[in-house]
Design a protein around this ligand. Structure first.
Ligand SMILES: Cc1ncc(COP(=O)(O)O)c(C=O)c1O
Length: 650
């Protein structure tokens, strides 16, 4: 193992040193055109760049140029870059796709979208969705009291829906009901029979007729990451049996006329369009039955689930989808159209709660690579006739590191290396020999990688060599910035942001700053499928190397945690101008150390006072002089005010 400092750039690598490739070649390696949805491209000078969705002919804006400009303003990586036009575009695309489907299918109802606040609660997202969506009467979905308070502080179109899901106590219900008086189009979605009793009591108390919805548990299951919690094992919603009890209570209490909405949600990121259609069809069956029983339903809320193609594979697997947004909308509208025509019912307003689709593409997480641990070396160790024969045996493997004997050579190298390690453990050889054997193995690895690369790293050999790829150490916390990568094996497109006109000569997994061996990214989206290592460039002394993680605008920000007390990184929202430039719309500084300390209940001031006493004692006892005291106190205070991430030494 060598660190970057020990290794020259011309280490035997997977491709010739410094070889140039057309930037289109790099786009192909990383599959940019497959997953980027036309929003990202590689410039001729090898930078990854953002396209302006409203001005596709405008020059793309280079991400390294944006990063440099931010760094000069004192906003270094790691940072979350929100690209406002990407958010606007997703919202518009969803609307346009529903409008087109409604027109084409001659659907007589309309579409009303709501954005689930839990997908990204940050004001820049929620406020922007409300602003851009106002004309189309885009609404909000809340699942808790804090989210309700956020929604009520927005100036939505009066026609926009405010859907209240989740477990609701009396306080939640009361405020939601009172909001109707202010002109909010609030619908309280009942999740249980018990919730109805609370609504009923408060409605009587306030002498108000609430607008109610009911969340129904479908029996259809969906594939994908949320398969286990779909169907009748879902935690949320009311079963067919309880639905009958609910309708009986609605009748008894003369509140049937309040039931205007039916809600279903089968899970997020539904990979298969067939599941979307099946679930919609079942939802329509409940809708027609409820309507026949006298419920004046007029909204059919089909929840979230519209997926994103994180890998660009265009197939029904966990990180991809086998449909487009247009197909999704057309399938929903058509399913509802046929069901309502058959039942002879008016076409309801179709509601969806798409969060991931709207928010995910709009944010890119960027971090710099601090160092690398390279698992190979170009330097062959010296062997003398006095050395143990196992060392010569190991080095002799070099003579048959060739394409058709690669597997044999790798097996032999591992065998001899392990024999030498055993001898060392048993005290039969010393550290010097052991170290040279490790070097010999790393030297052979560089040969294997070279030949393996020429063979395109295919099959078994790729699997075998995947255990020996580099570790690129990134300035980030996986748990804070990419929690789903850790928690649910979410795959995001990940790639370097520059030097894309150079062959990426190394392969690496990306490790984070936390002291946790789970803190790493080791599944990557490439043009030819998933890979266990990312093609990267050899690091250059004194030159930043930035990695971007794409599609992180949904769920990641608030699910992130303070593992090892790494806090929120800097967050910058930019807009793109038609001339190919960008403007900073909003900036939030990352957490300071004093802030994360207070999140876990330490008072930074008390800590400072206690520390000062410790230093003072050291002065009294003669361990520290006055100058050292000043230096130590300054270091502690700088620490409190500083970033939780690696800062460049200035
Ligand atoms: C009730 C409800 N609505 C909407 C969503 C958002 O789903 P998505 O992000 O897949 O659009 C969720 C998330 O799972 C949800 O639980």
């Amino acid at each position: 193992m060598n660190t970057l400092a020990d290794i020259s750039d011309d280490v035997a690598t997977i491709a010739p040193k410094g070889a140039a490739i057309p930037s289109s070649g790099a786009a192909a390696i990383y599959g940019v055109d497959r997953w980027s949805d036309g929003l990202i491209c590689v410039t001729p000078s090898g930078d990854l760049a953002l396209k302006n969705p409203s001005h596709l002919t405008a020059p793309p804006v280079s991400l390294p140029v944006i990063l440099e400009a931010l760094e000069r303003r004192g906003i270094p990586a790691p940072l979350l870059l929100r690209v406002q036009p990407f958010l606007d575009r997703s919202l518009t695309r969803l609307h346009e796709a529903f409008a087109a489907a409604i027109r084409d299918i001659r659907y007589k109802g309309c579409y009303r979208g709501v954005f689930p606040i839990k997908v990204n609660q940050q004001p820049e997202i929620v406020e922007r969705v409300v602003e851009v969506g106002r004309e189309a009467h885009f609404g909000l979905e809340v699942g808790s009291k804090p989210e309700l308070l956020i929604a009520l502080a927005q100036s939505m179109s009066p026609e926009a829906l405010l859907i209240c899901n989740g477990a609701k106590d009396a306080g939640f219900m009361r405020l939601a009901m009172l909001s109707q008086k202010l002109g909010f189009n609030t619908v309280i979605v009942l999740e249980s029979l018990q919730e109805f009793e609370t609504v009923h009591r408060i409605a009587e108390d306030l002498e108000l007729r609430p607008r109610l919805g009911v969340r129904i548990k479908l029996t259809e299951t969906v594939t994908g990451k949320w398969q286990a919690s779909s169907g009748d094992r879902s935690v949320f919603g009311i079963s067919a049996l309880d639905l009958l009890k609910l309708t009986a209570r609605l009748e008894e209490t003369e509140m049937m006329d309040c039931l205007v909405l039916q809600h279903t949600h089968v899970g997020s990121q539904v990979p298969d369009i067939m599941d979307v259609r099946r679930a919609a069809t079942e939802a329509c069956r409940f809708y027609t039955e409820l309507s026949r029983m006298g419920a004046p339903l007029r909204y059919l809320d089909l929840g979230g689930g519209l997926g994103l193609d994180y890998t660009g594979a265009r197939q029904a697997d966990e990180n991809s989808i086998n449909y487009t947004v247009k197909e999704y909308c057309a399938n929903l509208v058509e399913s509802v159209f046929y069901a309502m025509e058959e039942a002879g019912l008016p076409h309801p307003t179709i509601v969806t709660e798409s969060g991931r689709f709207i928010a995910a593409q709009s944010a890119i997480f960027v971090f710099n690579v601090l160092d690398a641990t390279l698992y190979d070396t170009p330097e062959r160790p010296m062997v003398t006739s006095d050395d143990h024969h196992l060392l010569s045996d190991l080095l002799a493997v070099e003579s048959y590191v060739e394409s058709d004997r690669l597997q044999e050579a790798l097996n032999d190298a591992i065998y001899y290396r392990d024999e030498i390690r055993t001898l060392f453990r048993h005290g039969q050889i010393g550290l010097h020999l052991m170290a040279r054997a490790e070097q010999a193995f790393l030297f052979l690895l560089s040969r294997f990688k070279h030949v393996g690369a020429q063979d395109g790293f295919s099959g078994l050999i790729d699997q075998q060599l995947s255990g020996f790829v580099d570790h690129y150490h990134g300035n980030f916390s996986l748990f804070q910035s990419l929690p789903d990568v850790w928690a649910i094996d979410q795959v995001h497109p990940v790639m370097p942001l520059s030097r894309l006109d150079e062959v990426p000569t190394r392969r690496a997994i990306l490790t984070d700053l936390t002291c946790d061996s789970d803190g790493k990214i080791e599944r990557f989206v490439l043009a030819d499928g998933m890979a266990s290592a990312l093609p990267v460039h050899a690091l250059r002394e004194g030159e930043d190397y930035h990695i971007g993680v794409f599609f992180v605008g949904a769920y990641q920000e608030t699910l992130g945690d303070l593992h090892n007390l790494f806090g929120d990184p800097n967050v910058v929202t930019i807009s793109l101008d038609p001339e190919g430039g960008f403007d900073i719309e909003h900036e939030t500084e990352g957490d300071r150390i004093s802030e994360v300390m207070s999140y876990v209940e330490y008072d930074p001031q008390t800590c400072l006072t206690t520390f000062r006493k410790t230093v003072e004692r050291a002065v009294k006892e003669g361990h520290v002089d006055a100058d050292e005291r000043r230096m130590i106190m300054a270091a502690y205070k700088d620490g409190l005010a500083g970033s939780t991430y690696f800062s460049a030494d200035r």
